[in-house]
Design a protein around this ligand. Structure first.
Ligand code: NAD
Length: 457
């Protein structure tokens, strides 16, 4: 099946691509395996110098990348350019920590093990299948590419079928960088079929970013190999009665409707303490109304339909529609910014992430109840806490069952995705820092003697 690239703002087809055949995927894996050995054998400084060339090439093509992301995925130009700048800084960040990443001499009890020593050495995982995503397609791709290439891995990169053009541009920029060897970064074109074929193949590890349903399929199909999975989120905002109402309104509404809600760690659920709920709601509706002009398109007609179905299901389950709730009547996959006031916590929008411009709000008795509801789901990406009592905020942060917590803020990542992982069913991160994610360790224990151990026969 031909892959069609569609501009979500105009619904026009902008490019058509033929998917990579199974034979070509097999051949790409063989070539990558060969090439990876030589890549791994290069010195640290040789690889660093090539990564710096990739960085330079990205700087050269910055505008082109942002324009491609805007055209194919509907993302705002300025926001994309900020993401590119973060990646550019990310090269320096990962290179700096890679320079300091050395083998470890591990202490050994010399009384029990005389003449012995132990060393931990680090090696690349090998050939990685990277199954890409279309939201922030450049940023999401590069937060894996930089640490994975630096540490000596090769990558078979399948961009999402919704961002093939961006994916091929990334591959061109990387592969046309000075001194970049062949077959270390190979693009694979396709959708679920090619992704599924790739993860069942003889690759050494899988990096997947996407929804939890596909995550389950990957776990079922991949066999036993390192899996790095970054899956769905359903982040909550806990609004305490002692928050600064102006700050909270601005921060929460912006954090909920960022890029029309197509953001894994945006605010999707609001739990607000009853004392300030009325004041917040009135002004929130006004603010959301004013967003209509800024709303960006959803990625596809299917995504738009899915959002609409989930909103309807949430209302059936027990919610009142306060604003929004339908497609915007113009060309492009636009949906109205929507606010749902929940009657209870057992509804579709709590159980399953809605990847669109929708936020659900539940009024609660107190902060303890808010925390209980926030933690009640299978996802664990982020939590934001809104209060001017910073001591209390830190205590609530401690109880949040999520990998990211923001106090009076939301959505902000550390440089180049560092430590950006969820808890529970949101992530299988493999290691906590991103450089270590793409390394495996070898533990070497050596008895430096011609003696026998005491307990040997
Ligand atoms: P999706 O699973 O439909 O697609 C993602 C990628 O997986 C695509 O490249 C697709 O071709 C491929 N794919 C689909 N089925 C496959 C299969 N069976 N085997 C192998 N590959 C397959 O994902 P989506 O629904 O478009 O993504 C949106 C989701 O991504 C949201 O839930 C969002 O929260 C999540 N996300 C998470 C993070 C994070 O860091 N946790 C970041 C961005 C997006």
């Amino acid at each position: 099946m031909i892959i069609e690239s569609i501009n979500p703002a105009t619904e026009e087809i902008i490019a058509r691509f033929t998917p990579t055949s199974s034979e070509d995927i097999d051949s790409a894996i063989k070539r990558a395996k060969q090439a990876q050995k030589q890549w791994q054998d290069k010195t640290k400084s040789e690889r660093i110098s090539i990564l710096m060339n990739i960085k330079e090439n990205i700087i050269k093509h910055k505008k082109e990348i942002a324009a491609a992301v805007n055209e194919e995925c509907g993302f705002d130009l300025n926001e994309t350019e900020d993401g590119i700048l973060d990646i550019i800084d990310g090269f320096d960040y990962y290179i700096d920590i890679y320079k300091k990443k050395n083998n470890i001499d591990f202490p050994i009890d010399k009384d029990v093990f005389p003449e012995s020593d132990a060393e931990i050495r680090f090696y690349p995982l090998g050939v990685i299948a990277q199954i890409g995503i279309w939201n922030y397609p450049f940023w999401q791709t590069m937060i894996t590419v930089i640490p994975a290439l630096l540490t000596g891995n090769a990558i078979l990169y399948k961009p999402s079928e919704h961002s093939t053009k961006v994916g091929l541009l990334i591959a061109d920029i990387i592969n046309n960088s000075k001194d970049m060897p062949k077959d270390i970064f190979i693009p694979i074109i396709g959708g679920a079929e090619q992704g599924s074929y790739l993860i069942k193949s003889d690759v050494d590890a899988i990096v997947y970013t996407g929804n939890i349903k596909t995550g389950h399929e990957i776990i079922k199909n991949a066999g036993i190999k390192p899996l790095i999975l970054e899956l769905s989120g359903n982040d909550s905002a806990i609004i305490c009665s002692d928050c600064d109402i102006d700050q909270t309104l601005a921060g929460v509404i912006s954090g909920a409707f960022l890029h029309s809600g197509e953001v894994c760690d945006r605010i999707k659920r609001i739990y607000i303490v009853k004392d300030i709920a009325e004041k917040f709601l009135e002004r929130a509706i006004e603010k959301i109304k004013a967003l209509n002009e800024q709303i960006t398109p959803l990625i596809s007609a299917d995504a738009l339909q899915k959002v609409d179905n989930q909103i309807k299901k949430t209302i059936e389950d027990g919610a009142e529609l306060l604003i929004g709730g339908k497609r915007i009547n113009k060309k492009g996959f636009y949906y109205e910014p929507t606010l749902l006031k929940l009657k209870h916590n057992d509804v579709e929008s709590v159980k399953n992430e809605i990847f669109g411009p929708v936020v659900s709000l539940l009024v609660v008795e107190d902060e303890n109840k808010a925390m209980k509801y926030a933690n009640s789901i299978r996802y664990g990406l982020g939590t934001s806490i809104w209060t001017q009592n910073f001591e209390k905020a830190k205590k609530i942060a401690d109880k949040a069952e999520s990998g990211m917590v923001w106090i009076n803020d939301s959505n902000i990542p550390l440089i180049c995705g560092e430590y950006f992982q969820g808890w529970k069913s949101t992530s299988i991160p493999n290691a906590s820092d991103r450089l270590s994610m793409f390394l495996k360790k070898k533990c070497i224990i050596s008895f430096n003697s011609d003696e026998k151990r005491d307990w040997w026969n």
